[in-house]
Write a protein that binds this ligand. Structure first.
Ligand SMILES: C[S@@+](CC[C@H](N)C(=O)[O-])C[C@H]1O[C@@H](n2cnc3c(N)ncnc32)[C@H](O)[C@@H]1O
Length: 273
């Protein structure tokens, strides 16, 4: 890949998603662009850059962000967060709900990818809070992964170590041509609202604040000023005392924020702020 092409792609990706591509990512970027060259039937990355510069490139820009961003995820990833949700956050918020007259428990999965994270939250809440209303907002910049998430269909092998009874309670087993697939049951799917959102563009459209925000394994792709901007934006959408859960490889130590560190990868907005 020519230097000028890499610089162009790097600038465009940053402008559109704020994903920060360091020089070491050059080989990875070239490999991922290979997919788009095949799809667009172009011969070189330079031709592909020309396509992106031409009028009407909006759709291809979305495809570019799709191949560059990493969508890797799985059910109950970093399970300590789900244990903490069940054992600590839910009981604490239930106690506050009565006093503070909350009508609903709101959770946001801010980089939901193909749905494994928000559905893991939904399964946890359905099982430990059957008697209180809750709703999950799930957002991602990639329309491709959001379409998969809305379908809620997963291969059996991706259900991982989920106990059999959990799978039977919350998934429909596919038969015939759908053998080997499991679909999240409609009652759970209906409580997860998927929408397209660039976390760094404008203000998220939510009216109600969240008791918990999961923003995991996405900040790692952003530079420090962007991480700071994002954490402060997310904080504004938390109730006082609400929790922000980040990926275990992500730390907020290098950025300025107003959250309290509670345990690894777990932060809380002060009760009075
Ligand atoms: C590695 S996945 C993490 C999925 C899940 N949170 C987890 O921890 O398993 C990162 C996701 O962040 C999304 N993403 C990247 N940049 C984004 C942005 N600016 N706004 C919203 N989502 C973004 C990607 O499309 C991808 O699906």
């Amino acid at each position: 890949m020519r230097d000028s092409d890499f610089e162009f792609i790097r600038g465009l990706v940053y402008e559109r998603s704020r994903i920060s591509l360091s020089a070491e990512k050059r080989e990875l970027v070239a490999a991922r662009l290979g997919k788009r060259l095949r799809a667009t039937k172009l011969d070189s990355i330079s031709d592909y850059c020309a396509l992106l510069k031409a009028p009407g490139a909006e759709e291809e820009l979305a495809n570019l962000i799709d191949v560059i961003s990493t969508n890797h995820t799985f059910f109950f990833r970093e399970i300590a967060h789900f244990d903490f949700l069940r054992q600590t956050i839910v009981p604490e918020m239930r106690a506050r709900a009565a006093k503070e007259r909350w009508s609903r428990f709101n959770v946001w999965s801010a980089a939901s990818s193909s749905g494994e994270e928000p559905y893991s939250i939904a399964i946890t809440l359905a099982d430990c809070m059957p008697d209180f209303p809750w709703q999950i907002e799930a957002t991602d910049i990639s329309r491709r992964v959001l379409a998969k998430a809305r379908d809620g269909i997963y291969k059996e092998e991706t259900l991982g170590k989920m106990p059999r009874e959990t799978v039977l309670r919350h998934f429909q087993k596919g038969f015939g041509p759908h053998e080997g697939n499991f679909r999240v049951k409609a009652d759970l799917r209906n409580r997860v609202n998927f929408r397209h959102l660039n976390l760094l563009e404008g203000e998220p459209p939510f009216r109600e604040p969240f008791q918990v925000i999961f923003c995991r394994n996405v900040m790692i792709y952003f530079d420090r000023p962007t991480q700071e901007e994002l954490v402060n934006k997310l904080t504004r959408h938390l109730v006082p005392g609400g929790y922000l859960l980040v990926g275990h490889a992500e730390s907020l130590t290098a950025i300025k924020h107003s959250l309290q560190s509670v345990r690894p990868a777990t932060y809380r907005k002060p009760l009075s702020s």
